[in-house]
Write a protein that binds this ligand. Structure first.
Ligand code: GRG
Length: 290
């Protein structure tokens, strides 16, 4: 049996609440980092790592928890920087004032810098084998850095002045959102020392999950939550530029979402065939798209 998503979230929340203060040596910087870190994130990325570890018969001990939770630090940095006046200039995140609205742009930038750097500290100042740690550092650097998420963000900024086609949009999101989710799943394989073939299936599941996640996010952004009550509220066309619904329409985006979910389910089945283990634990993550 795999630990439920809500129990994994609680383990991650508790770990973050108990340990962050130990590694931050400036009160306002700590408040700023802690503010965004404890602002109600779903913890999907570290939970994906931990669920993958469990499905591959690994145990969630303190070292695994620290390595997995480091991804939430990095994810939080990306959201703080994404909201900055120089980027998306957003006032609200998860229904609360964004970090720079509360602490100023300078402190918000530093909180992001601190979280990004601390992520790599947590990935390495644990007792996992050195080979595992170096593989994790390499994989996370590639996923988050200038060939991954940062490149995706750069494409996004550049795309504000251009019309992207579907191929370009897919590539942008594979980097911007997909790379960290792909890493999240792959990290579970690295921690449990899986052979290349299994790591490739894990990475493919993560990438397809990431694609579905982005399309779903775009769809939710366009259709207000009131759609579920039968009332549709649409954003204007300008705000939909370079999104899946903007490019394909709502029905087209829904079809792409289903296609990404179906491909992730095929990866899940291939993982089961290749390992002889159950990967039903991924169903609670795929349920997010229902
Ligand atoms: C600033 C280098 C840099 C990168 C920012 C990921 C990103 C790149 C920006 C976020 C923009 C965004 C809202 C994308 C949509 C998909 C997404 C990543 C949503 C947020 O992730 P969740 O839903 O967040 O997992 P929570 O709030 O649960 O932590």
């Amino acid at each position: 049996m795999v630990t439920s998503l809500s129990a994994l979230k609680k383990q991650i929340d508790d770990y973050l609440a108990q340990t962050l203060a130990m590694d931050v040596d400036q009160p306002i910087l700590y408040n700023s980092m802690q503010y965004s870190l404890m602002a109600g994130g779903k913890r999907l990325r570290p939970a994906l790592t931990l669920a993958t570890v469990e499905m591959l018969d690994g145990k969630i001990n303190d070292d695994v928890l620290r390595a997995a939770t480091s991804l939430e630090l990095l994810h939080t940095y990306s959201l703080i920087h994404d909201d900055l006046p120089a980027m998306d200039n957003d006032d609200l995140r998860r229904g609360k004032p964004t970090n720079h609205c509360k602490f100023g742009a300078g402190m918000a930038t530093l909180a992001g810098d601190g979280l990004l750097t601390l992520a790599f500290q947590w990935l390495t100042d644990n007792h996992l084998p050195a080979t595992v740690k170096s593989k994790l550092v390499l994989a996370l650097s590639k996923a988050a850095g200038p060939a991954g998420m940062v490149a995706g963000q750069a494409r996004d900024i550049e795309g504000e002045h251009q019309h992207l086609d579907l191929k370009q949009l897919r590539y942008l999101h594979r980097q911007k959102t997909g790379a960290l989710l792909k890493y999240a799943v792959l990290a579970g394989g690295i921690i449990t020392n899986q052979p290349d073939e299994i790591c490739q299936h894990l990475a493919s599941f993560g990438a397809n999950f990431g694609l579905a996640f982005q399309i779903y996010d775009d769809l939710m952004d366009v259709l207000s939550t009131t759609e579920k009550m039968g009332k549709k509220v649409h954003k204007d066309a300008g705000e939909q530029k370079n999104t899946y619904p903007g490019l394909l329409g709502i029905e087209g985006a829904k079809k792409q979402l289903q296609c990404a979910v179906d491909t992730a389910i095929k990866d899940q089945q291939q993982l089961e065939q290749a390992t002889g283990k159950s990967f039903a634990g991924y169903n609670q993550f795929l349920a997010y798209f229902k």
